[in-house]
Design a protein around this ligand. Structure first.
Ligand code: PMP
Length: 422
């Protein structure tokens, strides 16, 4: 497997200082939790140090050297994100606190102005809570109805049944491009086309896709897209809302404060143009600059190359995980999925599995991964998730499988116990 030509060079790991450590008395760290939050390469850490050491001041305010430098770097970062997403204009890129903040901004600023009683909001059952709850809140405020795109048995969106749920009352279709639990890669372009034909606006939660595969908002034909810096080698506390220029221009501001105004009077204000209109207060300055550095880093490797690497890893993980007795892998076959896999075992509980894996140095996620409705549909309360990124190696999948096999053996029902039960 290590000679799979799709794999990136192992030397990339040298860029990530945090990966080179032992946990639990000399166990080498095997980090398989990048879907929750990925790690940063030295290049991004250096950009943060450089910013705070030499070029930091508040942006868009001070008429002095440091403020001008920080403002230039901040706006350059916006341009890097524009190019990364192939947005047409830099003013379509709004820096936010992350995916959650980006989606909430749309739910408030666009939603309150465009959704009313009897309108429909189309979601999918595999959404992260941050692409559900803001829409539930919008529905509560407006009297709109929530609907869902049906799933196939193997955990994909049933695009053939879109006609059953799209109506002339559908105002918005909001979906993840990659499910953070099932790993499914959703056909965003097709869904966007169908939703647009029905007159709806399309929002994509790209938290799990933007770090791993090429994203072109114009080619996808989406109206809004949200991502988080911390899942794509950037810092936490910063993310992006992409919004089509005409839509952003027509949206009222969501948060009020400094920077988002054009003019403030004693009793009223006029808002600034986008993107400033949606960047109230001091923005995540160093975070945005370092996110720009993360984009540089990902592009120096090539996002397509990263995707191929992860395809190789998921193919291998899918095959090897089947060797674990009693395991149930959630979601579709590798050709429909990104580089993550969630699973349950007959025993023990996912939390115990994660704890025992950790004793072997293997870091995974356990719980509902902020997808409780999906877990309800699957008939489980929790699962364990292993997720891969550009720095992971096939040997780490071997370590995961080896440790799971030990856990399986340890929790195998013994003959005596089984007899007693009968
Ligand atoms: N959507 C998806 C699909 C995610 O995986 C996550 C993070 N787990 C989020 C949204 C929320 O991202 P953040 O916490 O960075 O706002």
């Amino acid at each position: 497997m290590s000679d799979d030509p799709r794999l990136l060079p192992e030397s990339l790991r040298d860029d990530f200082p945090i990966l080179h450590q032992n946990v639990h008395e000399g166990r080498p760290l095997v980090f398989l939790d990048s879907a929750a939050s990925a790690h940063r390469p030295r290049q991004v850490i250096d950009a943060i140090v450089e910013c705070y050491s030499h070029n930091y001041a508040n942006v868009h305010r001070g008429i002095h050297t440091l403020s001008e430098r920080a403002t230039d770097a901040y706006e350059q970062a916006r341009e890097k994100l524009r190019a990364f997403l192939n947005a047409e204009h830099a003013d379509e890129i709004v820096f936010t606190g992350g995916t959650t903040a980006a989606i909430n901004t749309v739910a408030r600023a666009w939603g309150d102005a465009n959704v009313s009683r009897g309108d429909e909001i189309l979601l999918t059952p595999m959404e992260h809570h941050s692409n559900l709850v803001p829409w539930f809140q919008l529905a509560e405020r407006t009297g709109a109805t929530i609907k869902h795109v049906p799933l196939t048995d193997d955990g994909r969106l049933d695009v053939d049944r879109m006609g059953e749920v799209l109506t002339d009352r559908t105002r918005l279709c909001a979906l993840a491009s990659v499910s953070n639990t099932l790993g499914t890669i959703n056909p965003v372009k097709t869904i966007a086309r169908l939703a647009h034909e029905a007159g709806a606006v399309v929002l994509v939660d790209a938290a799990q896709s933007a770090p791993h595969m090429h994203t072109d908002v114009q080619d996808l034909g989406v109206d809004f897209l949200a991502l988080s810096g911390h899942k794509m080698c950037g810092p936490s506390g910063v993310g992006v809302l992409y919004g089509r220029r005409e839509l952003l221009a027509a949206m009222p501001p969501f948060m009020g404060g400094g920077s988002m105004i054009n003019r403030v009077y004693l009793d009223r204000f006029t808002p600034a143009d986008p993107p400033a209109r949606f960047e109230a207060g001091t923005p995540p300055i160093a975070g945005a600059i370092a996110l720009g550095a993360a984009v540089d880093y990902l592009q120096s490797i090539g996002v397509d190359a990263i995707h191929r690497h992860e395809e190789a890893l998921i193919d291998y993980a899918w095959e090897r995980l089947q060797e674990v007795p009693g395991i149930r892998l959630l979601g579709p076959a590798p050709k429909f999925r990104a580089g993550l896999v969630s699973f349950v075992m007959e025993r023990p509980h996912p939390h115990d599995i994660a704890q025992l894996l950790d004793f072997d140095g293997v870091a995974v996620r356990a719980g509902h991964h902020c997808t409780q409705p999906l877990h309800d549909l699957l008939g489980i309360t929790a699962s364990t998730r292993a997720s891969f990124y550009l720095y992971n190696r096939p040997e780490e999948i071997d370590a995961l499988v080896g440790s799971l096999q030990k856990i399986g053996d340890r929790f195998k029902p013994s003959g005596r116990k089984r007899k007693r039960k009968q």
